[in-house]
Write a protein that binds this ligand. Sequence first.
Ligand SMILES: Cc1cc2nc3c(=O)[nH]c(=O)nc-3n(C[C@H](O)[C@H](O)[C@H](O)COP(=O)(O)O)c2cc1C
Length: 488
Amino acid sequence: MSVTTFSYPKLATLRDVAAFRAHCQGHNIALPCDDTLLDKTTSPLAHSIVIAGRSLSNRFAIQPMEGWDASPDGSPSDQTIRRWQRFGLSGAKLIWGGEAVAVCPEGRANPNQLMLNAHTKPGIAHLRETLLKAHKQATGDSDTPFIGLQLTHSGRWCRPNRRDFTEPRITFHHPILDRRQNLAPDYPLLTDSELRALTEEYIRTALLAYEIGFDFVDIKHCHGYLLHELLAGHTRAGDYGGAFENRTRFLRETVQGIRSVAPGLTVGVRLSAFDFVPFRPDSEQGGRGVPDMAEGSLPYRYGFGVCEENPVEYDLTETFQLFDLLSELDIPLVNITAGSPYYNPHIQRPAYYPPSDGYLPPEDPLEGVARQLEVCRELKRRYPHITLVGSAFTYLQEFLPYVAQAAVREKWVDFVGLGRMVLSYPELPSDLLNTGTLQKKLLCRTFSDCTTAPRNGLISGCYPLDAYYKTRPEYATLLALKRTNRRK
Ligand SMILES: Cc1cc2nc3c(=O)[nH]c(=O)nc-3n(C[C@H](O)[C@H](O)[C@H](O)COP(=O)(O)O)c2cc1C
């Protein structure tokens, strides 16, 4: 049996920016990258930008990062509060959603996902206040960050009652994912009337977020969760499937409903702007990821922003159509991401080391970063009036500042979104803006423990670098689990 060899360098082994650029050029990886970092007075990362009438004085956004650590009733726990406090300490002026917050109990991704309702409202208000206090303490600024709440229903990936038991709420049958999830051909779909009722849950939750004082809500359309799946419902019949107008009905009606109850609340969308077919580890290639193409799955009519004939390429035709609609709906703020952490994590959160349910990278993870940024750049070029947050910067590690500075200056993105990096190194934005240097020992090296832990029923966090998690009982469990996986 032939084993394909593949290798890509660890970024920490590249000597300097010149070596990083040479690596990218040598492998046709198109990333913007500056040679030197500018100081706060001239850096594009410190250029102000106006969103919904508010001037924000830097270009860092904290991405939504869930911890699987809320209380069973949906209120924040001490760990949740600590995470939001650290988001505040970053000094970033845009806080995208904090983390996914379920609009109803059955839509939770895990039994410890935050939920917003009348009972949990004070707890979630406290989260926001904690973040604001930490931001002020860290920056001394009087201008507050622009803070959103990410509203979600986890659809196919719901686990509302047990961490180890999925209770999928699906909108169409997917030949590959249904097989993986053992869903029978007659497994029930969410009905049109259930979807209509769910619109009301989004509107109700958005109003609560507005009353708390959040500046915006994100109607989350990404990562394979319910509203992202609806965009891909080409094969669904009825009011919410088939034609583009039907697949975007939920979005239109939710936005209109929110505007009618909370006219002052800004609405944003986090969007998986493109997708690929699900991937699986290939044992013949040492566990490397390969497309999981079930017989009969071509043309691939089960994704959004993906080429139907070759579903390992993106096709932005409908993404542009969606952006036309977002423009009509006057949505000023979109956060660009891709795919799903459940079925093609390498396009969503590029990593050197895969999570326990993943596969070895099928490409240099830098290609995953470049793909997301290239799509963001194209969208920015076509829709300059929409403020765009770019994702997947963490893998860049020590080269993140050089790429981030160039990406903002060359208008590939308006905001540099930071995900995994802020779990290990929340102060990165303020260190960079104030001192022009990074604390290398805190850089996320993409070990994927923050994904492996929740996939195995543990709380998330940066186990390798955040000392807080090393003192917790989950640390020993995670180490034992990784040891067992290595032996397999
Ligand atoms: C532990 C963990 C939790 C996450 N939680 C969310 C979430 O609640 N909502 C969301 O839209 N994305 C979530 N993401 C995705 C990140 O926001 C981000 O898109 C991804 O990590 C890639 O960015 P990065 O390279 O900066 O990490 C999560 C990612 C990780 C690793």
